[in-house]
Design a protein around this ligand. Structure first.
Ligand SMILES: [Zn+2]
Length: 132
């Protein structure tokens, strides 16, 4: 009897891949953020006849573009991993709405698509209990 659209183990492995990708990116951005902060406070901009804005605005623009590119890269990877609902095509990962947990958390907890609520797999109850 196999009415599962996606085996839980497969989905878990794919989500782990995406999370790894996100975590790796986060570390890079953490370092970039620190370097940028240090640059803002330590470079004697006035002595070079530069205003801080001359540095900040292009930097902010570049960071926005890079962040967007990163999001696109992760999205492409997720699509390649087929981390989308086979029924409605919605993403099975990503941040949830406001105070609700991340989508992948909901998917793994309930075994349902967070968008159309189709049952993707039957969650294994034995390890769902205990941690809170
Ligand atoms: Zn769906």
């Amino acid at each position: 009897m196999s009415d599962e659209l996606l085996p839980q183990s497969v989905l878990e492995a794919r989500l782990a891949t995406i999370r790894q990708l996100q975590r790796k990116g986060t570390l890079v951005w953490f370092v970039v953020g620190i370097l940028a902060t240090v640059a803002v406070f330590t470079v004697p901009w006035d002595r070079y006849g530069l205003s801080l804005g001359l540095f900040l605005y292009p930097a902010a623009g570049t960071i926005l573009i890079l962040l967007f590119a990163r999001l696109q890269r992760i999205r492409r990877a997720a699509r390649k991993l087929e981390l989308t609902c086979p029924r409605c095509g919605g993403d099975l990962w990503g941040p949830g709405k406001e105070d609700s947990p991340d989508l992948e958390e909901l998917v793994l907890q309930r075994g349902q698509c967070p968008h159309c609520h189709v049952q993707l797999f039957v969650p294994q109850k034995d390890r769902a209990s205990g941690t809170h």
